[in-house]
Design a protein around this ligand. Sequence first.
Ligand code: SF4
Ligand code: SF4
Length: 399
Amino acid sequence: MGKNLKFNRRGFLKSSVLGTTGALIGSKAYGNAFTGNDPVIIRRQLGKTDIELPIVSFGVMRSDNAALVKSAFDMGFVHFDTAHGYQEGRNETMLGEIFKTMPREKVILATKVGADGVNRQTGEPGPGTTKESILEKFELSLKRLQMNYVDILYLHGVSNRNLALAPQVMEAFSELKKRGKIRYAGMSTHQNEPEVIQTAIDSNLYDVVLTAINFKHGMADQIKEKAALAAQKGIGIVAMKTMAGGFMDKERQHPINCSAALKWVLQDENIHTSIPGITSFDHMMQNFSVMENLNFTDEEKANLEEAKLVAGLYCDGCNQCVAQCVKHLPVNEYMRAYMYTYGYRHYENAYSVLDDIGLSSNPCADCSACTVNCPKGFQIAQRIADVSRLTDMPKELLV
Ligand code: SF4
Ligand code: SF4
């Protein structure tokens, strides 16, 4: 189950809780927070890197709350995950401001840069992606982060070998490693994950894979098999999308049991850490409790079984829909935007996904009947119509 280590919750309580969050932690929900009994948390080695991490890290993507991130650091979260594109750069800038006064070696910082103009069929990067363009983006990330290096740089949103092994991408990442600007190279993937993990194993370049995985993922077994192989070969595995969309319904009346969902992922020891998106102190404390104990309660088991039975909001990118659609729409991208909109209420991110696919209005409006049969039971045409309405909003109202 990995190493166990005493964790300094007292430091967090003293420096943060009594300040910003005193009211929250002093409430009944955190009744035992002041007992002084430091918890024992589980840590795991990130593949063959020299990084050992608590099994829960901090996904910063949806957070714009510097006080929350600072508190997480004080509490003992050490690994923070962002990306060049999150909040149009403001996410990296916020982290830069927070960490500039802290000892650099105390923080494990991961960011991501993406390729431009990726061909949706072949996965190959477009002509705008050159070694120089990747280096340039990364330099901007470093500047925003106010750092000389990052611990992990991921190639963002990889769905097949062609992108991961494109010569210009590999040259850029190799050069950054040689120059000491990145300690480790990685790839993030939320589609075709088993192939991407296998590519990391074969690549002789990538040290870490950040993969989508959760209890509702149709390829969870295959991802776990590849993660086991990768872990044997020394590749670090980080999990994302662990909450499967956060809610079972678009009205957000039926939340996914987040602790149970996170435990489900982390019970596999080949998953070394996870980056659930943390947006509130409640979330943070809930995730903290998972670091101490991965055993399900009876209620958690029942909650997961119940959530497996409903369509939910999480699209696992199986891509069966694209060939069925008369217009060959990138349906999985629409469904990702749908999850960001209704599950996370993260309209900016949803808008950015829709912007990337060039959406201007509902593409299903002139289709007499939808020919797509999604194995998850999503009503595709209705969901696309719902989420397309975002593009009617002026962008500045969403950011
Ligand atoms: S919408 Fe359904 S069929 Fe399409 S990728 Fe998502 S889960 Fe698969
Ligand atoms: S309704 Fe939309 S998703 Fe369905 S077949 Fe028509 S264009 Fe494709």
